[in-house]
Design a protein around this ligand. Structure first.
Ligand code: SAM
Ligand code: SF4
Length: 313
């Protein structure tokens, strides 16, 4: 293993054309999460500050800059890209970015996490430009509660239509659901029923203290094991061996139903040791670890004279 650099990354020998993105714990990043914008049309109470201050547009990486950075990282072993935000679909022409990224040879899949409110209009174009799948965040099936959580009025039917359209377009689909005690933990079984009906995976996510409103409190965290227990009162679950670098523990239904239950237990069973993910923020910072505040600013390099080798170093 090479000496640890300031970024925590080291250059090691590899079978690939460039040294892989390995950190000093030997973890190799093969997944890249790109925050395409910091903006959002929702105001989820577990996420957004009450009065968000958006980045100036000039601070946001262009599609060309994002694609260049993704290509450099693909040369170092990144194979999978997920577009996120903010809400990625509020960024104009995001389907164009998908087509740029799809041209990078070593990228095996591109997916996107969305609140689903604008999915219906673009699902077909995203698919034809090379998107493999969408994860739609859906935290309640009750319209009033959905509005209280997200701050978005009358949006639940649109999100459901977006999901329908994504399926029609041939995108693979997952549901993300942040579970909080006293908020929506009474819907865990409803979601289990839904994913059986729809034959899709749901990821139940433990509530984490990244909330812009600082409302987080430990008493509201429902642990992954409690969620599994709740589903198991009605449906027998069988654990599925964990994917390398995967963040979820997954379970299938014993009766052969096609849906799947996944648990992202960031609070009670952190998966740091097995993490293969690196992030690129909307303003051009590489963040190797979710819990650090500042990433490593590559924007001046992307906008300056630096060649790819210098950026890679
Ligand atoms: N706007 C998109 C969405 O909501 O799907 C993508 C960005 S959002 C930050 C990515 C995921 O983080 C969503 O599934 C969201 O529910 C989840 N999330 C946001 N705040 C969270 C929190 N405090 N605890 C756990 N998950 C959270
Ligand atoms: Fe927006 Fe997603 Fe955060 Fe909700 S969770 S406020 S949809 S970025």
């Amino acid at each position: 293993m090479g000496a640890r650099s300031d970024s925590g990354f080291t250059a090691e020998s590899s079978e690939g054309p460039e040294p892989p993105l390995a950190d000093s714990y030997g973890r190799v990043a093969n997944k890249l999460r790109i925050q395409v914008t910091d903006r959002c049309n929702y105001s989820c109470d577990f996420c957004m500050p009450k009065e968000p201050v958006w980045l100036d547009r000039r601070e946001i990486l262009t599609f060309e800059e994002i694609t260049r950075m993704a290509r450099i990282l693909a040369g170092m072993g990144v194979e999978k890209i997920r577009l996120s935000g903010g809400e990625p679909l509020v960024r104009k022409d995001v389907a164009k970015l998908v087509s740029f990224l799809a041209e990078i040879q070593r990228i095996r899949s591109i997916s996107l996490t969305t609140n689903g409110s604008m999915l219906k209009e673009v699902a077909g174009e995203l698919k034809s430009n090379g998107l493999a799948g969408v994860t739609v965040s859906l935290h309640s099936l009750k319209p009033d509660r959905y509005r209280l959580i997200t701050g978005a009025s009358n949006m639940l039917p649109r999100v459901l239509e977006g999901i329908e359209e994504a399926r029609r377009a041939g995108l693979s689909l997952k549901i993300n659901c942040v579970i909080r005690r006293g908020n929506n933990d009474d819907e865990i079984l409803d979601f289990a029923r839904l994913v059986r009906d729809w034959s899709v995976p749901v990821r139940f996510i433990e509530y984490v203290p990244f909330d812009g409103r600082h409302l987080w409190d430990a008493g509201r965290v429902v642990s992954g094991s409690e969620m599994v227990q709740k589903v198991s009162t009605v449906y027998k679950l069988i654990p599925v061996p964990r994917e390398r670098g995967g963040t979820a523990s997954t379970y299938r239904f014993e009766d052969g139903s096609k849906g799947e239950i996944g648990i992202i237990a960031s609070m009670t069973r952190p998966f740091c040791a097995d993490c293969g993910r690196v992030r690129l923020t909307a303003d051009g910072k590489i963040v190797p670890y979710l819990f650090i505040n500042n990433g490593y600013d590559v924007r001046p390099l992307l906008r300056g004279e630096a060649g790819d080798d210098e950026i890679r170093d």
